[in-house]
Design a protein around this ligand. Structure first.
Ligand code: ATP
Length: 220
């Protein structure tokens, strides 16, 4: 085992955009595993009606046949919401010699300085910021000093050390969001093609009811 990707989110529900990103990361970043880690309680959506266990089950169903993609329950098994840095500390203890690549979107990267103990993230792993091809990525004013000399321009640099770099991972992101899926479900439309069939085929009326009760479905 040489390198592990870490991809967290609410995943309410997990969709093909998430799946595609995890697969591209595994292949292009040469990862042995990608851990998909649902949040215990989505910070920005405290009233989600979908239980963490159900969101975890959906990921399990979606990745059952995918080599190296792992539904990781560590955050939902802890009490209360988890900070990413604590999740990385735990993974680092489990995998002391493995490169840990934290996958995050450009939006999250722009707000990195607001994350708990963000400086420590780079001591624990690499940051891989995914973004659409051609987009430019600049660290925020608050993080610039620390990140200035730590940028990696080639995947090999991420494999040469277990932590300490950040890297722009350009890929064509599928135009899918969980919000859009919840909206479609709310208005009685099909979401086939957006959500993995393995999830759709076991989605119950209760799941749809829970998803469509989420705040975003009514307020966005
Ligand atoms: P919502 O619409 O409810 O905000 P979401 O679709 O953005 O949900 P989240 O569970 O909030 O999904 O996000 C988990 C992670 O997946 C985030 O890092 C987010 O940037 C990323 N992500 C979301 N949509 C896509 C996509 N289409 N392709 C790749 N990554 C995505």
């Amino acid at each position: 085992m040489k390198a592990i990707g870490i991809f967290g989110g609410a995943f309410a529900p997990f969709h093909n955009g998430h799946l595609r990103l995890a697969i591209e990361a595994r292949e292009r970043l040469q990862l042995n595993e990608v851990h998909l880690i649902p949040t215990a309680q989505p910070v920005h959506r405290p009233d989600s009606h979908v239980t963490p266990l159900r969101r975890l089950e959906w990921i399990k169903q979606a990745v059952r046949r995918e080599r190296g993609l792992i539904a990781d329950e560590r955050e939902i098994m802890r009490d209360g919401p988890s900070f990413t840095v604590d999740t990385l500390i735990e993974l680092r203890e489990e995998y002391p010699q493995v490169a840990l690549l934290l996958l995050m979107g450009a939006d999250a990267f722009a707000h990195l300085h607001t994350w708990s103990r963000w400086e420590q993230l780079l001591e624990l792993g690499h940051l891989v910021v995914f973004s659409r091809p051609g987009s430019t990525l600049e660290p925020s004013r608050e993080t610039r000093k620390l990140l200035a000399r730590r940028r990696a321009y080639d995947v090999s640099e991420l494999h040469a050390a277990i932590a300490g770099h950040w890297y722009q991972f350009e890929l064509p992101l599928l135009d899918i969001s969980s919000t859009r899926i919840r909206r479609l479900l709310k208005s009685g439309h099909s979401v086939r093609g957006l959500v993995p069939d393995a999830i759709l085929n076991t989605m119950t009326a209760a799941d749809v009811a829970a998803l469509t009760q989420d705040d975003d479905a009514t307020t966005h």
